[in-house]
Design a protein around this ligand. Structure first.
Ligand code: NAD
Length: 497
């Protein structure tokens, strides 16, 4: 199979890489390299940021009506042609097409939110704060902002930020994951078609060099990062050290607490959907079921029954779950199954060596269920990011909450129960940023904000919703007096009335 090149998108045009450095892009269901993505060098980083910087003043000064109209046009293109984007995502990430369409729809919610950003950008006005003095505030864009995104949602995660940043009047430089870089180029073309002026949206393909370029360049005013915790921490520390506003969302280990009174069929459906959807490569995937005894045996039986019905294979066929993103990642995830065995856990269902509806060379790993996972094992403490669901048995609600609160991450969690009082207590006591009550993947809708606690976020501002608008703008407050005939007189103190 011949490989094609994935370019940058600079100043409104696809721009082939000139650094001589590239990275492979695979079709995970076929297990072959299909493309090579450009990796930017210093000159390309400079050119990308310079073109975004040059385009900024005109876009900042464009009317809100014009800016939101472009976002609305983009929404129409997305709505009409999301199938094209989904196919690109499946061919590079591996997730099944229906799931790729799902991530686009979730991203589109933020696009729709940004169509009404006028409402969020309104300022305050106080007449006569002091005699004859009015005070008012406005929110203004920041300038060039950088977005650095992970492989697992090549459309949705960039769309958490792009529409809000653009509608607010910023120029955006997106550095997508080098594992699935083509969705970004599709979105760049669509934004241009929607009427976005050249240079306002840039795609800078690359690796650490490009990230460091964004983190240190004086023209870049803010960074939104999503990825693993160690890189998120690095991005936060480096970006803030260089005077930038940074929100860096990190990894996760999401627990589902199951109380004995829960509807076990709903729990089993939810555990399978949230554990194995997108092959577990979701930051909000459930990776640990915390079963309050005596519920574990009955629940495991129901989960196993459902796992047996899952069809694993090429995402372009009618399957439930696709391959993992790379061979290396598949092998790393499979290594955790081996480790679980060594650490004394019980492998209930082993996804290694499963039969698939797809090419034998694909990066396959089937759904795996591991019971009695010791909480000291790395299988429990580390983010696995694959189709591996662990079960930890606890004696009480209190023990379950303590376990979750003792964890390093705090992205998402869920409780399953029919007891409203227990659910209410859980929402109060749990130290996690996004909580589901009989809902396994509680990703907030676009007019709330997305983000966790602890090692799942660095910085105090979450993605999209009101917090996203706040992140991509800064407030300016004016105090004004228009002279009237009664003005005058010397007074060295603060105004009193
Ligand atoms: P990653 O951290 O490897 O990569 C994220 C981005 O950082 C990519 O653009 C990558 O090119 C860049 N990068 C990689 N190594 C770097 C380095 N040494 N220096 C600077 N930049 C570097 O993450 P990933 O594997 O692409 O994505 C999966 C991770 O993202 C998981 O940990 C998952 O939990 C997390 N994630 C979190 C959320 C959330 O909202 N909290 C959402 C999606 C994914």
């Amino acid at each position: 199979m011949s490989t094609s090149a994935v370019p940058h998108w600079i100043n409104g045009h696809p721009t082939p890489g000139a650094s001589g450095r590239t990275a492979p892009v695979y079709d995970p269901a076929l297990g072959v390299e299909t493309k090579r993505v450009a990796l930017a060098n210093e000159a390309e980083i400079e050119a990308a940021i310079a073109s975004a910087h040059a385009a900024y003043p005109e876009w900042r000064d464009a009317s809100l009506a014009k800016r939101t109209a472009v976002i609305f046009n983009f929404r129409e293109i997305l709505n009409a042609r999301k199938g094209e984007l989904a196919e690109i995502i499946t061919s590079e990430h591996g997730k099944v097409v229906s799931d790729a369409l799902g991530e686009i729809s979730r991203g589109q919610e933020v696009v729709e939110f940004a169509c009404g950003l006028n409402q969020m950008l309104k300022g305050d006005f106080t007449e006569n704060a002091s005699t004859g003095v009015d005070v008012y505030s406005i929110r203004q864009p920041l300038g060039v902002v950088g977005i650095i995104s992970p492989f697992n949602f090549p459309a949705m995660v960039p769309l958490w930020f792009i529409p809000v940043a653009l509608a607010a009047g910023n120029s955006v430089v997106l550095k997508p994951s080098e594992k699935d870089p083509s969705a970004a180029i599709w979105m760049a073309e669509a934004l241009k078609e929607a009427g976005l002026p050249d240079g306002v949206f840039t795609v800078l393909q690359g690796d650490k060099l490009a990230v460091d370029g964004l983190l240190t360049h004086p023209h870049v005013k803010a960074i939104s990062f999503v990825g693993s915790t160690p890189i998120a921490q690095y991005v936060y520390e480096t970006g803030t050290k260089h005077g930038k506003r940074v929100q860096a969302l990190g990894g996760a280990k999401n627990h589902m607490l199951v109380l004995p009174d829960a509807d076990l069929d709903l729990v089993a459906d939810s555990a399978v959907n949230a554990g194995f959807g997108s092959a577990g490569e979701r930051c909000m995937a459930i990776s640990v079921v915390v079963a309050v005894e005596p519920v574990a045996d009955a629940l495991i039986a129901k989960v196993v029954e459902r796992m047996a019905t899952l069809k694993i294979g090429d995402g372009r066929r009618n399957c439930d779950m696709g391959p993992l993103v790379t061979r290396e990642h598949r092998d790393k995830v499979a290594g955790y199954i081996e480790l679980a065995d060594t650490d004394g856990a019980t492998i209930v269902v082993d996804g290694r060596g499963i039969n698939v509806d797809g090419d034998a060379n694909g990066f396959w790993l089937g759904p795996t269920l591991i019971d009695n996972v010791p909480t000291t094992s790395r299988v429990y403490t580390e983010e696995i990011f694959g189709p591996v669901l662990s079960v930890v048995r606890v004696p009480s609600y209190e023990a379950g909450v303590k376990l979750i609160n003792d964890g390093a991450f705090g992205n998402g969690t869920a409780i399953f129960t029919n007891d409203g009082g227990a659910a209410r207590r859980f929402q109060n006591e749990i130290e996690v940023g996004m909580v589901g009550i009989n809902v396994p993947i509680p990703v907030p809708v676009a007019y709330y904000s997305f983000g966790g606690f602890k090692s799942s976020i660095f910085g105090d501002t979450k993605a999209y919703g009101a917090e996203g608008v706040h992140f991509f703008t800064r407030s300016k407050t004016m105090t004004s007096r228009w002279l009237d005939p009664s003005h005058g007189g010397i007074n060295l103190g603060f105004p009193q009335n």
